[in-house]
Design a protein around this ligand. Sequence first.
Ligand SMILES: [Zn+2]
Ligand SMILES: [Zn+2]
Ligand SMILES: [Zn+2]
Ligand SMILES: [Zn+2]
Length: 852
Amino acid sequence: MVPRSPLPPNPPAAAAKSSRRHCRHRLLPAPPYVTPSVTRQHGASIGCPALYGGRGALPVLEWQGRAARLWAALDPALRERLAAASLHDAVRLGCELLRTEEEEEAALVQLCLQTPTDKNPEASSWYREQGNREFKRGRYQAALRLYSKAASHQLPGSPEVSVCFANRSAALLHLGHFEACLEDIARAERHGYPDRLLPKVLLRKAECLLCLERLQDAQDILRVLESKIALDGVMTAHLTRLKKLSQLKVKLGEKERCPEPALEAHGGIQGEPEIWEENSSISGASSSLSLSFDAERGRHLVASQDIVPGQSLVKEEAFVSVLCPGESLPLQDGDTAWDTRATNADLYCHRCLRQLLASVPCQGCSYAKYCSQGCADMAWQQYHRTECSLGALLLTLGVFCHLALRTVLLAGFAEVSRLVAWSHHGDKNLRSPEARCKPLSEAAAAGAGSRGIPGCGSNGRYQSSYQALFHLLPHTEQHSPEHKFLCTLSVVAICKQLQAAGLEAAALNQESPQQRSKPKACGKTSDELSPELKTVAEAMLRHVLQLQCNAQAITVMQELGPGDGAVVDKKPVRLATAFFPVLSLLNHSCRPNTSVSFSGTAATVRASQPISSGQEVLHCYGPHWCRMRVADRQQLLSQYFFECHCRACLEELESGVKSVVSIRNSFCCPKCQAQMQGEDDTLCCSNEACATSASRDHLSGRLQDLQQQIKKALDLLRVGKADQAIKMLLKCQMDAGTFLSPEHLLMGEMEDHLAQVYATLGKWQEAARHLKKSIEIVEMHHGPSSVETGHELFKLAQILFNGFAVSEALSTIQRAEGILSVHFGPQSAQIQELQEMKACLSQLPRNILQRT
Ligand SMILES: [Zn+2]
Ligand SMILES: [Zn+2]
Ligand SMILES: [Zn+2]
Ligand SMILES: [Zn+2]
């Protein structure tokens, strides 16, 4: 099995894309634009916390507050019953409660109004106008996003939506996305584009076809335009121009059939296919692993042979995932009534998580957007026909509830009710004290697969199935009663809504095929949930509770800034939350021996260091030893019912080894620059002869001031005042030197910012000098083979590339490649870009090479 990579674009689009890529690494003086902030993420944790739900995982605060007040006002006897209730009883009690508390339901309806997901034609016209404005200013990327928003708010088949697609096709043409442009034109035609506007769009289509060298098709359209359609003066001129262009192209084509442009130069770029042999008893795992089980560690994966760094260990497609609504990207202009900012929801396909170019909106809501009609149809059929009208409710109740619902929809009601029924038999066991350790106890396992390891199928094979997912521990007894109460109320509210909206049959997969396309609200507003929906609610409650410990964040490196700068910076973004039953077999360590990366909804775990046969394979759930002190790590993990006994924690706790984090981020003596020591409010110089002391608050205050100043310097850079930004940053550096240790992360950050400013000015040598200092500090904090160091080297390679420092660029590319391919694999986008740079450098004319 070869790791899944984004779909290869069609050849012409690829050519367009690679030409854009080349100008990114262009060997030309720096253009005068502001480089995207190279440095925002300097040394910041690249690995997003895997374990935590992240923003938007839980219901909105107002609903949490209401649930807490309701809980506090409950009769103490009922509270006790709820606290001790099984999942089954909790749902039953929750249903009764919500039936009597109509006020709560009304409040929830009100809260949903804050996140409308209905289509709103008024919003659409507004977005379209904003799009037109951006288009006129030549900001086609912004226009593209706004037209997509406009399209998502229009009803399918309306002339308005066809105009949105037609406008978007114009932006796509300007951006060089010819295939996508043609698709949008076809979409506009399908949705009833007005005849009187057709000539304009046909001209665009002809132009697009010419760009794609589809000369015959282009000429056919030009002929139609000429003969049948009345054009105004401007368009006639345009038509004449295109006709000349097409004739010219035909002549050229006759003279020489030119070969495909330079793609052969990229011969080595695809990378070596990885060697991958799948495990016979764990699907998605490498044959060099084996599944073990013991009381202390529960289920875990062990190396059954020696493993080398970079080797793939697990390749798993998420059983289910839900896109996180995400934070908005910063806006350049002021906000307005409707939000023009792009969020995760606008940038990634809601089903496959691929980056969106020209999104296909859901037929029913304005929220769900897809990369293609295929994804839209698939999502509709699998789960979205049930979820669509519940959009606002699901956004209000958070990603965990949404993921729980989607899990049961994907599993199908038959499987859900089978396992829920099974869990009732095993219920006593599930709640026994032995079951408290992370994996299921053997007692609970008795009801599962044949070999005694929970979650295995009857053939003894462990795979990414609903059965395996169902066996992830819900920790029913360890969640606080208030939290369980909040989750119960939330899932019951969703199931009641399913019933009220007439979606019960869809949710239970009991509808006839004809009903599938349009859910119809049934008049039945019975207060009582049907027994089937109670089963669904019980399974959902289980999944929400499981998510606290088993939610896996899917992260991607998102490009900062407009993406056309000479130096590209990326920051990790949490894209979605998912269940990965096989990945969940890995236990946590604060100093892991693996690294996880994602492509779409697929995860790949690779060894980040040599692992010898017999060693446990470990992955970090979030609190990494390089980023957090042991006390903070332990506190964080305790929220997830963990007590970490990893080597890093034991060393720091028992042998009193000081955390690398605290050593490196320490203050230094204002007088003699030695390290300041002490755990209390007053810090003392570690140099006995000096004996200077200072208050911790005072030093922390100075640190905060410094951070403020750095921010101001970056603001200056953003408005094009690079010289002033440099002055300010140099002053900050001087100041920092008097009280921060030379290895302090902030010291590195300032170097990185300076590198960014110099890169903006095209002073590549200066930029490289500062970036190298930054890299030294990142290496100290995260290690020379860490992802963080890899990303810094990537930036350095781009700077050296732009500065003609050919041989140094080549060696930096090689180092970056070595590190990044261990973490992301030889076929990742990062590696491909590095190889493109390498190919470009090796093609340089001799005279340029000799200059360096
Ligand atoms: Zn998709
Ligand atoms: Zn929808
Ligand atoms: Zn630990
Ligand atoms: Zn001193």
